[in-house]
Design a protein around this ligand. Structure first.
Ligand code: ZN
Length: 131
């Protein structure tokens, strides 16, 4: 397993990590299998979505904020970041991508994103390839 370190710069942000994950796959020398990408945090997520039009990411952030607003008088969690925990579980903590000929296999426009929901912070992403 390889660990990537991703520094985020705002409270809510999607950071594309496709190239960095591909580099891990390339350096592993594995030609075929499944690449697992996992974020070991409770206020961040991993997702695959469009990397061509940046409006897709901003619309996703908008929709997630609408579903889980930062402030809500019903929240009980004392740390004050309940919305980040909710979004983390909504998005999920991992993605799996097939590897063929040493390359991650994507559909058109797909990319892997680390989703920051309580930044800015330094996040870890674990990458492993199952042969
Ligand atoms: Zn918390």
């Amino acid at each position: 397993m390889k660990e990537l370190v991703v520094k985020t710069s705002s409270q809510t942000e999607f950071v594309e990590i496709t190239e960095r994950v591909q580099r891990v796959v390339g350096e592993s020398g594995v030609e075929g299998g499944v690449c697992m990408v996992f974020v070991p945090h409770t206020t961040a997520g991993i997702t695959i979505n469009e990397n061509a039009d940046p409006d897709v990411v901003s619309d996703m952030i908008y929709a997630l904020d609408k579903a889980a607003p930062w402030k809500d008088s019903h929240y009980r969690h004392g740390e004050g970041n309940t919305a980040a925990h909710v979004k983390s579980s909504m998005i999920g903590h991992s993605a799996q991508v097939f590897v063929r000929d040493g390359k991650l296999q994507f559909g058109t426009w797909q990319g892997i994103f680390l989703c920051e929901f309580d930044g800015p912070r330094t996040r870890k992403v674990w990458v492993s390839i199952l042969k």
